[in-house]
Structure formats: C-alpha cells, structure tokens
Design a protein around this ligand. Structure first.
Ligand code: 9L3
Ligand code: MG
Length: 129
C-alpha cells in the first residue's frame, strides 16, 4: 500500500484559523481543509509547507512555530499521512490559486464546516495546544 506524506498549515491570526474549500476538480471536492499538499522527494515537511503555501495562497516568508500532530487516513488504494504545523506569520495578501473559498474561523466554528476527514483530528490536537 502506497503511503502519501502530506503537510498542512494551521495558520493562526487573532485567535482564528484559516480553512479553505477544495475545488471541484480535486478529490474531496467541496470539503474544507487546512491548506497544504504532498511532500515531494528530497523536501523536508517545512520546505513542502513553504512551497505549498506559496503555490496555493500566494504567500511567502512563512513563520512556522510548532508541529501539531499527524493523522492517518486509509483510502482505497493509499494511506494518507497528514501532518499539521502551526504558522503564525507570513508576507503577502492571501490569493486563492487552488481553492474556491477561504475563511477565518475560531477552532469551534471550524467544526461546523464539512472538514476533510484527516483534518478533524488535527483541529482537535490544535485545540489542546
Ligand atoms: N488532504 C487532506 N487535508 C489537507 C490536505 C492539505 C490534504 N489539509 C488530502 C487531500 C488529498 C491528499 O491529502 O487526498 C493530497 O493533498 P493535495 O495535494 O490534493 O492538496
Ligand atoms: Mg493542496
């Protein structure tokens, strides 16, 4: 079974966190998630996070503070290992390049959105920090 290593950012600003809605072309279309994506060969998780946030949100110089947790999701033909990191600062205005929507919500409010299954344990772990 193939293991896919994925990183996600829990971006934090004024007690809120950013969630973004996956677009119609992607798997998990319409689900909300913490932005991020697959770690490429020879990349560290943080390097992958830097690249993904630039690609997806058009931001750079991100400041990553803490590793939060990893969740494992079994899909029909692969296992997704999704690790979340806390991001507390960045440069640039957020511009969506992959998602259809984003919003800033409190962690409690985030639970009212249809989150990607792998992201729910990460949100709960974040709430414990
Ligand atoms: N995924 C789930 N939650 C997330 C992220 C960033 C990714 N917060 C899942 C969706 C895909 C896989 O991981 O099945 C790869 O992500 P992407 O490269 O499609 O963003
Ligand atoms: Mg992505």
């Amino acid at each position: 079974m193939k293991i896919i290593n994925v990183v996600a950012a829990i971006m934090q600003q004024h007690q809120r966190i950013l969630i973004a809605q996956r677009d119609r072309q992607s798997d998990l279309a319409g689900y909300w998630e913490f932005p991020g994506g697959k770690i490429e060969q020879n990349e560290t998780p943080v390097q992958a996070l830097v690249r993904e946030l630039e690609e997806e949100l058009n931001i750079n110089h991100i400041q990553v503070t803490d590793y939060i947790a990893t969740s494992t999701i079994q899909q029909p033909e692969r296992i997704i290992q999704l690790q979340a990191w806390k991001v507390v600062a960045w440069q640039g205005e957020i511009q969506l390049r992959c998602h259809t929507n984003f919003c800033w919500v409190t962690p409690d409010e985030a639970l009212n959105y249809q989150l990607a299954p792998a992201d729910i344990p990460l949100l709960l772990a974040y709430q414990q920090t």
